[in-house]
Design a binder for this molecule. Structure first.
Ligand SMILES: *Cc1c(COP(=O)(O)O)cnc(C)c1O
Ligand SMILES: [Zn+2]
Length: 384
């Protein structure tokens, strides 16, 4: 049956009920029978909407799209082995969050919603703001005060109302929950339609590998929007008999903020309270991910693991990527850092996304780039 299912109490709501959580406070999941018609898929435009029968939007007229998706996937030789990188930084707003925003805002339009609120450390806010602008939906974005200036400019230019919240990322989340009492919450962590968009990552990997699943995925993970979406996508492909195996879902966290690592290592079933420090991987600095249990269950079920890397390792990976012509924001280098650090992940086809563009984080990037330049100079690799 189609609808929105609460995993805590089992209540099923109609698909087009404008709600983002259950009356009991539980998280909702979209129940929807995804279908795939390979003949049709390959004949359509190279966008994420080529999997139209798998996306839970009733009417084509409600689709809000910049013809996004079908990002390139290329092999990169990292010395220690070869990794397939999916260039998700090439989305219209500069991160893969557009996948989620495209489906969520299309659904909001379908439901006749006039106004949305979202909180984000940056990229999700940019994506929701852009798609809301395209849909003619009013939008308010709440961000922590520490968010990169580039992301703030982007949100403002898309015409969203921007509110900067002092204190931690959690303060911002709490302020958004309060605002969501009266406005539809276009949250990338709570709203289940966001994951109906991020699942298209899996479909594209499947198609680009010649209609099969890779052995493993290395995914930078905080709230798990890509990890959970990917799992939904591969599970749907498996249910339709289109892949034989579920790829190992390997979550990569920043050492300075790694609640999922603590959960996984200690066999816990809920997110523990942990000490955190600031990290350059701002995109995944989530101390209390609301879908933490879902994330760790997926990791366990697929035979994956949770790994963590330090800021220094992230910087090294960023510099290495830059030297190969790939300019991404610090958070996006997490999977590459993990690939270099943990030989155990390097067998079979391993796919990792480059989640966000380097142009998003100019100040941090400049600092890291000058360190990289000094290092190259010390090693005598530059004449400058
Ligand atoms: C959102 C984001 C991620 C991963 O985020 P989750 O919190 O797991 O959803 C990774 N990289 C970038 C650049 C992001 O914006
Ligand atoms: Zn419930």
């Amino acid at each position: 049956m189609n609808g929105l299912l609460c995993k805590s109490c089992g209540t099923m709501y109609p698909m087009n009920d404008p709600r983002w959580r259950c009356d009991c406070g539980g998280l909702l999941t979209v129940c929807f029978r995804a279908r795939f018609d390979r003949e049709k898929i390959v004949r359509r435009k190279p966008t994420m909407w080529r999997y139209r029968e798998a996306l839970p939007i009733d009417d084509d007229d409600h689709v809000v799209s910049f013809e996004e998706g079908m990002t390139p996937m290329i092999p990169v030789d990292l010395g220690a082995g070869s990794l397939l990188l999916k260039l998700e930084q090439l989305f219209p707003t500069g991160s893969y969050k557009d996948r989620g925003a495209a489906v969520l805002i299309s659904k909001a339009k379908e439901m006749g919603i006039a106004r949305v609120v979202e909180d984000s450390s940056g990229n999700a806010g940019c994506a929701i703001a852009a798609y809301a602008a395209k849909a003619g939906i009013e939008c308010e974005i709440l961000v922590p005060e520490s968010t990169s200036p580039g992301k703030l400019a982007q949100i403002l230019l898309y015409g969203a109302a921007l509110r900067r919240i002092p204190g931690s990322r959690e303060n911002t989340a709490n302020a958004a929950l309060a605002a969501a009492e009266t406005t539809y919450y276009a949250s990338h962590s709570w709203n289940p339609f966001f994951f109906q968009g991020t699942k298209t990552f899996a479909y594209e990997v499947w198609e680009q590998l010649g209609f099969r699943a890779p052995d493993a995925l290395l995914l930078p993970t905080g709230n798990g929007t890509l990890l959970i979406g990917s799992w939904i996508g591969f599970r749907e492909l498996k249910e339709n008999g289109l892949v034989d195996i579920m790829p190992r879902h390997i979550a990569v966290q920043a050492e300075n903020c790694a609640p999922l690592l603590a959960m996984f290592r200690n066999g816990l079933d809920s997110v523990p309270v942990i000490a955190t420090r600031e990290t350059i991987a701002e995109g995944v600095a989530i101390a209390n991910p609301v879908r933490g249990k879902e994330i760790v269950d997926i990791v366990r079920e697929t035979g994956g693991e949770v790994l963590a890397v330090s800021d220094a390792e992230v910087e090294k990976a960023l510099i290495l990527l830059g030297g190969k012509g790939l300019y991404v924001e610090p958070t996006s280098a997490l999977p590459v850092a993990a690939f270099l650090k943990y030989p155990g992940v390097r067998f079979g086809d391993v796919v990792a996304p480059l989640t966000g563009h380097g142009l998003k984080a100019d100040e941090k990037m400049l600092e890291i780039a000058s360190k990289g330049r000094k290092k190259r100079r010390r090693e005598g690799r530059t004449t400058a």
